[in-house]
Design a protein around this ligand. Structure first.
Ligand code: ATP
Ligand code: MG
Length: 365
């Protein structure tokens, strides 16, 4: 397998920049998820790596070769798409063998590779069947096998699981992860599902509007999102964002709501808040870091329950705070009613603060 390097990659269609100066290094053997909302440029990025569309600027290298000007077939990569289109008339064996026959490999070599791929993917017992005699998950494994027999330098996958039902998707998710671990494969995996990205990848590349927003391990992206977009895209339920005003009061920094309440900040958070371009600061909190109280405790902020969603293990609720919706979670035994007044206590060590003007995370210098 090989390293894949994108340098300053651009793809524009007239004024529309589908991919805007993206630079990214995927290390040898790494599983990288390209993730972001619909239309953010994921598929275009993948197609540029594959060489399926011409680039407007930048370079792509695979291994130690600059492949920018090479045809897709000369790039030594394998693609797995959402529509994996197996040949319906051919057996599984022949589906796997076909790409190798096209390359005129000797029969024994073809058989060796097909058997090895079938073994890795646990489809040896299915080799004589036709695709219509397989379940969705088995078909997906055959599609992976067809990529695998080519012994590519990297795998590119574009939403390969999106045609499967929810349960099978979760199962195939672990299988692809296992496939990656067993083969030590370099994989670039496109998904719009942040949970898929978080659970499967070594690193995630979060895109929005053609720009790469953040490229880091899922844990770091989750813990230290660089801006409000990433903060609200990664995690479920989403991180809540409440626009507030920072002010200094009696030697401390406080966040104030439009209704006049004040929330004193720790020293570290106070310094972050004061580093914003203006007094506009956005408070971010994940549900797991917010305590819900029925009466005021020091530092808590007033809100009003909007919806209550019991899930069995945990009850989620949405609470209005100064016009913003805040997602919280409580134990199923904790009774909450719509329209009930509550007080939210944000954990000072785990809260996030963003610059209200630039939407960038505020960090200690
Ligand atoms: N051939 C084309 N001509 C013009 N615009 C295009 C073309 N292909 C893609 N685009 C635009 O480029 C942007 C990125 O498209 P892309 O297919 O890469 O998005 P995506 O992130 O894969 O989205 P999805 O999650 O919906 O698959 C979109 O705004 C799209 O409309
Ligand atoms: Mg796409």
């Amino acid at each position: 397998m090989a390293q894949v390097i994108l340098k300053d990659v651009v793809k524009n269609y007239g004024d529309v920049y589908a991919v805007n100066h993206v630079s990214l290094t995927v290390e040898d053997g790494e599983f990288v998820a390209l993730v972001g909302p619909s239309g953010c440029g994921k598929t275009t990025t993948l197609n540029l790596v594959a060489g399926l569309i011409p680039m407007s600027g930048g370079t792509v290298s695979i291994g130690d070769r600059d492949v920018t000007d090479l045809d897709p077939k000369d790039r030594d990569i394998a693609m797995v798409f959402q529509n994996y289109a197996l040949y319906p008339q051919k057996s599984v064996y022949k589906n796997l063998a076909f790409p190798l026959q096209m390359r005129k490999l000797p029969k024994e070599e073809i058989d060796k590779r097909v058997q090895a791929a079938a073994k890795t993917l646990d489809i040896v017992h299915l080799l004589e069947r036709k695709p219509r005699e397989l379940s969705g998950g088995q078909q997906q494994r055959v599609a992976l096998g067809r990529a695998l027999v080519r012994e590519p330098r990297a795998f590119l996958m574009d939403e390969p699981l999106s045609n499967l039902d929810a349960k099978l998707r979760v199962q195939m998710r672990s299988e692809i992860k296992r496939f990656h671990q067993d083969l030590n494969a370099t994989i670039i995996y496109v998904t719009h599902d942040q949970l898929e990205a978080v659970t499967m990848s070594d690193k995630m590349a979060v895109m929005n509007g053609g720009f790469l927003q953040q490229y880091d391990s899922p844990a770091n992206v989750f813990a230290n999102p660089v801006n409000m977009f990433v903060a609200s895209f990664v995690g479920s339920p989403a991180m809540s964002l409440v626009p507030l005003t920072a002010a200094s009061k009696d030697g401390r920094v406080v966040l104030t709501g439009p209704e006049g309440w004040e929330m004193p900040l720790s020293d570290a958070n106070g310094r972050k808040a004061l580093s914003a371009k203006s007094s506009k600061v956005v408070l971010g909190g994940r549900h797991s870091t917010i305590k819900v109280h029925k009466s005021q405790v020091p530092g808590s902020v007033p809100g009003k329950v909007y919806t209550v969603e019991p899930t069995g293990d945990v009850t989620f609720a949405q609470v209005f705070v100064s016009g913003a919706v805040v997602n919280v979670s409580v134990a199923p035994t904790f009774q909450l009613r719509p329209d009930e007044p509550v007080f939210l206590e944000f954990d000072q060590d785990r809260m996030h603060l963003f610059d209200g003007e630039t939407e960038m995370a505020l960090r200690l210098q």
